[in-house]
Design a protein around this ligand. Structure first.
Ligand SMILES: [Zn+2]
Length: 94
């Protein structure tokens, strides 16, 4: 098990501790899923791919910290630089 901390956005924004696929896994080459191509039963033509989750990782994740949505006015305030709040730049030349 290789646990990583990552931010998920579904179903809501949260900091989670999640398992990740093994990068040198022989089954999935680190992709975490194994592709099974299947063909049409009568013609034998390629008909699609089944994706099977690889046993080298599990898809569970533990929510460590739910992240609240920021109110819009807080989000906008963070975009402006702090010294520009009064409308004057303190960069030289003054
Ligand atoms: Zn694997």
């Amino acid at each position: 098990m290789r646990l990583r901390i990552k931010v998920t956005y579904c179903p809501r924004r949260a900091l989670t501790l999640a398992d990740t696929p093994c990068p040198d896994c022989l089954n999935c080459q680190g992709a975490g899923v194994i592709a099974h191509d299947y063909g049409d039963h009568e013609t034998g033509e390629y008909a699609g791919t089944d994706w099977e989750p690889c046993p080298c990782w599990s898809q569970w994740a533990v929510i460590l910290l739910p992240l609240p949505r920021l109110p819009r006015r807080l989000r906008r305030r963070r975009d402006t630089s702090p010294w520009a709040c009064d409308g004057y730049s303190n960069e030289p030349p003054f």
